[in-house]
Design a protein around this ligand. Structure first.
Ligand SMILES: Nc1nc2c(c(=O)[nH]1)N[C@H]1C(S)=C(S)[C@@H](COP(=O)(O)OP(=O)(O)OC[C@H]3O[C@@H](n4cnc5c(=O)[nH]c(N)nc54)[C@H](O)[C@@H]3O)O[C@H]1N2
Ligand SMILES: Nc1nc2c(c(=O)[nH]1)N[C@H]1C(S)=C(S)[C@@H](COP(=O)(O)OP(=O)(O)OC[C@H]3O[C@@H](n4cnc5c(=O)[nH]c(N)nc54)[C@H](O)[C@@H]3O)O[C@H]1N2
Ligand code: SF4
Ligand SMILES: [Mo]
Length: 581
């Protein structure tokens, strides 16, 4: 009998521990899970899943589906085959399919729809991306939520920040902004200016952490010159901040233990790397690295300090603007690219022209509707796996809890293909053990990744001379939105996990625009248009509209440009116009 312990598989900061008890999903009591889950997992088993494979609309058996898959892969030139994998399930064994496709000679993807620009900025400045874990945030005095919406996307941080000073920098008055000591309702895409000004004022105020700067950031003087290029009064007016806000932020943070908790909202722009680096530079000015309760938390690398046992060296194409029609067979796993990739109209038209589309997932969605072959996956309760997190250091074993006749696991599908095409594959247990070996037991009974630092950068940064590398230049943003244009922000909704579960269907607007609640309006961008029902939301700036991730067709509006660094999608860099339907 397996242990009744597992973990939530979803792409979420928290990576909660789960006990499967009396056929019910229950939260782990210990550690960060803290005895509660979120709506996705509380209702997980109620969501309707795909139960039977299909080919061209006709129901077939799993055996027939696997045979069909084998046929669809049997091309002379393997360059005709694309493996496109998303993060529907975040556990480590999901990557086993990459092992097959890479060794087979197929094309894989690189780039990201998520956090790549910010990560690139972090690596440029610090030489590596080592994250401040939840357990350290708990020890800080002041927490700055910078483009992060914790009530929706990372609720397990909330009990840890009770009674701390809270600063929020977000164009939307989110729930955390409502209870914060200070909310700077910043214009979207202007964080770099705020960050530059903060570093400048720390210097003007004589509050630089001199000891830290001398040791690890000796180029600060040059950076200070860069910050001097920003005109204070006009910039503050344009970005929606005041000199009083800057004063308050300095007063709250100087000589305090400060955690800057960044989300992906700040960096879904072409210059996302620079934005993140300017926030890091603000933290450097305060000397926030390498000390208890201090640092910058971002969406860290969940695979930090873990080596993959899979061989995944392959030719790759970008995940952001993939030309599906350049392939004969596209195998899509754990993703809904038709809804979630930018520029959906382009995505749809290229997939329509792809001869064979295979969808390997749990739920029906826009991508399954376009697929020729549908192979149902197993849920996390029906397979063994192991996961790590991008916001804490726990390593969580996910034991299989139930037997089911539905679907096939990623390992079993890979084992079938490897057998058929003569590719070497180790046993499932060997791979699971490989991952388990990275864990050490903590006093609360949980495991954590042994090599991960709780307080990274204690001996300086991971650059060649241990020093922080400041931005030397940045692209000036046009801070004024044209009269009839609005900024589109498209962040996460509490009822869905991107396009899984209960998806939203509204456009949120400030009531000042004169449209009625419930009225259908047309939203248009350079890329396309959609019609959605209006919901008034006066928590928004009046130059900004909000359409949540997962809202059907939202990505008709977004462009498939890449960030300058980090090969990332830029979902928020889109202006829209609104009009009566
Ligand atoms: N419930 C739920 N949880 C999720 C997900 C989900 O879909 N639903 N998705 C998961 C995934 S894949 C990810 S990547 C994470 C992301 O989770 P978060 O990092 O929290 O990201 P977002 O919700 O995209 O954006 C966070 C905040 O950024 C703000 N924002 C937008 N533009 C700007 C800007 O220019 N400047 C500033 N300062 N703020 C801005 C938005 O208003 C929003 O409040 O959440 C994960 N968790
Ligand atoms: N407009 C807009 N677009 C966005 C974003 C945004 O904020 N706004 N966010 C972007 C971000 S940050 C991300 S990470 C992406 C996410 O985009 P995707 O990676 O496409 O994620 P989901 O929409 O959650 O779809 C995941 C799919 O995985 C399948 N799945 C779930 N569990 C399993 C499993 O165990 N095995 C298999 N084989 N399949 C499984 C489900 O059927 C589900 O349809 O979206 C991006 N797109
Ligand atoms: S908060 Fe995140 S990790 Fe926890 S149960 Fe919900 S989706 Fe899963
Ligand atoms: Mo994401």
């Amino acid at each position: 009998m397996q242990s009744n312990i597992t973990a939530c598989p979803l792409d979420c900061y928290d990576a909660c521990g789960i006990i499967y008890d009396e056929n019910m999903i229950k939260p782990f009591k210990n550690g960060h899970t803290n005895g509660f889950l979120c709506p996705h997992l509380n209702h997980y088993e109620k969501f309707k899943r795909i139960t039977q494979p299909r080919y061209k609309g006709k129901k077939i058996t799993l055996q027939e589906a696997l045979l069909r898959l084998k046929e669809l892969l049997a091309f002379e030139s393997k360059n005709n085959i694309l493996h496109y994998r998303g993060n529907g399930n975040f556990a480590l064994m999901q990557e086993v399919t990459d092992h097959f496709f890479a060794n087979f000679g197929a094309i894989l993807t690189d780039g990201t729809l998520c956090d790549g620009a910010g990560e690139a900025g972090i690596i440029e400045g610090r030489g590596s991306n080592k994250n401040m874990p939840l357990s350290e945030i708990e020890k800080s005095d002041v927490v700055i939520f910078w483009g992060r919406n914790p009530h929706t996307t990372s609720s397990h941080i909330l009990p840890l920040v009770k009674n701390k000073k809270i600063i929020v920098i977000d164009p939307l008055k989110t729930k955390i902004a409502e209870i914060a000591d200070l909310h700077v309702q910043i214009r979207p895409h202007s964080d770099i200016y705020l960050a530059l000004l903060l570093s400048r004022f720390i210097h003007i105020n004589d509050s630089l952490n001199e000891e830290f700067i001398e040791k690890y950031a000796s180029e600060f003087d040059e950076y200070y010159e860069l910050t001097q290029g920003v005109r204070i009064k006009t910039t503050l007016e344009n970005i929606g901040a005041t000199i009083g806000d800057i004063g308050d932020i300095l007063e709250y943070t100087i000589d305090k233990k400060v955690a800057i908790v960044c989300g992906v909202g700040i960096q879904k722009y072409r210059d996302g790397a620079d934005i993140m680096r300017s926030i890091d530079a603000f933290a450097v000015s305060l000397g926030l690295f390498g000390k208890e309760g201090c640092g910058v938390a971002y969406l860290g690398n969940s695979k930090e300090a873990i080596e993959s046992p899979f061989q995944t060296k392959a030719k790759r194409v970008s995940k952001v603007n993939t030309n599906f029609n350049e392939f004969e067979t596209v195998f899509i796993q754990g993703a809904n690219p038709v809804a979630q990739m930018p520029d959906s109209l382009r995505v749809k038209s290229t997939l329509e022209k792809t001869p064979n589309v295979v969808y390997f997932g749990l739920y029906e969605n826009e991508t399954s509707q376009m697929a020729d072959l549908i192979i149902p996956a197993k849920t996390f309760l029906e397979k063994d796996d192991i996961r790590t997190s991008y916001s804490h250091n726990d390593l969580m074993v996910m034991n299989k809890q139930v037997e089911s006749d539905i679907g096939i696991s990623e390992y079993d599908l890979t084992a079938y293909l490897c057998e058929e095409f003569n590719i070497e594959l180790k046993s499932e247990q060997e791979y699971l053990q490989h991952f388990k070996n990275y864990g050490v037991k903590k006093s609360n009974g949980c495991f954590e990744v042994e090599q991960r630092k709780v307080i990274p950068y204690k001996e300086g940064f991971d650059t060649s001379d241990r020093e922080f590398v400041f931005l030397e230049e940045f692209e000036t943003q046009q801070c004024e939105t044209k009269k009839d244009e609005l900024n589109l922000i498209t962040s996460k909704n509490h009822k869905s996990l991107n396009s899984q579960f209960n998806r939203d269907k509204y456009v949120y607007l400030h009531s000042c625009h004169g449209y009625n609640n419930g009225q259908e309006i047309k939203i248009t961008s350079e890329n396309g248009s959609i019609v959605l029902e209006v919901k008034h939301d006066d928590r928004l700036r009046n130059d900004t509209v909000l359409i949540y991730s997962g809202t059907p067709n939202v990505n008709n509006l977004t462009s498939s440009k890449h960030s300058y660094e980090g090969k990332s999608a830029v979902f928020q860099e889109n202006k829209v116009k609104i009009s009566k339907k």
